[in-house]
Design a protein. Sequence first.
Length: 446
Amino acid sequence: MSEQLISILALLAIFLIGTLRAVNLGALALVASFVVGAAVLGMETPEVLAGFPAELFVILVGVTYLFAIARNNGTVEWLVQAAVRLVGGKVAAIPWVMFTISCVLVSLGAVSPAAVAIIAPIGMTFATRYGINPLLMGLMVVHGSAAGNFSPLGVLGVVTNGVVDTSGIAGDPMVLFLSNLIFNVLLGAGIYFGFGGRRLIAAGGKAPHDPAGGKHGPAESHHAASQTSNAVALATQRPQTEADVTLALNRERIVTLGSMIALVIGALVFDLDVGLMSLTAAVVLTLLAPNAAKEAVGQINWGVVLLVCGIVTYVALMQEIGTVDYLGNAITKVDAPLLAALLICYIGAIVSAFASTTGILGALIPLAVPLLATGQVSAIGLVAALSISSSVVDSSPFSTNGAMVVANAPKEQQSMVYRQLMKWGFGLVLAAPMLSWAALTVLAGW
């Protein structure tokens, strides 16, 4: 049996064991990396751990650490109230505001994980405060960032168009950008109305006042929703409560807001690492106000960190031994070019749910050249379908974006959000390649 097949079987075993037993998938993946890498392939420890996502680890820890401090000192609550005032108290509009901001940031050149790392903690805290389904808010942030991925100015757009050019494939940057944008806007509409948007609209778009923190479950009963609706009042009109009196800007909150602004400028303008900047800001805030940061480290979800980093390490090992190339080369030998194109889209979706979207596109687009040479598959359509299939699954909890959503969800709801994101992510793994392939290669007729 080839080492590539062994690595695929080991991956299946990871998910089977993790499903049947209460074992962290990240821990299982690290063990599998050790067993497959050292025992089967004879790798040394540094080679086994070469794919450990140090940058992702720092992002997860740094951002959740900083926003834990921001929650503790009231800065996030202040931002939430400011956001409510900004939209005139219409909380029903906030998920779309988060979607749009994420999309614009990524379209202008921010890396998708950086945009999500900045927007997700604010959006998820807002969801908690006003009883919005955290899955709705998290998915709107993630798919908003995905909508801007293939802008000609965006990182993925630049990379993909560059790979297309160097591979000698006829591409169209505007078709790539617009097809991905439309796909994610349609997904956003489905997410909004499928995960609680109708309830927000039915409540008149008003902000349900919930001093307890809005800890409603994603499947609120109609009775609970009715009770909430009866208690709603526009945030800009309702009288101050004891919880609202503390929302004035003090020194700690001003410094925290300054740190967040610096985080945005550093990531978008100077291309600085979001994780390291977040850690720096968190340390500075801890030195200035130790009391607000006292329990912040304990609020980092280390289980999520282990889960994501372990899975990514194993998938990196699979890429190192050529498993993705092995699958891609096998598919290009399929006699039916359209079917082979669909299979390549599925490989992009499956692997990208765990690994770097940029790396996957860089590896798979050149593999599509033999298919395009047949003249039976549209180059423009296949590149767009493959790009959508590989990027839209970043809502998986094993991708950086999905992991950020889980890490910033209310602690008592993190397990639920993780499970729902897994279902959603793998639902997209199954559906996105088929839909994008059918629309862009079979029906479009470029």
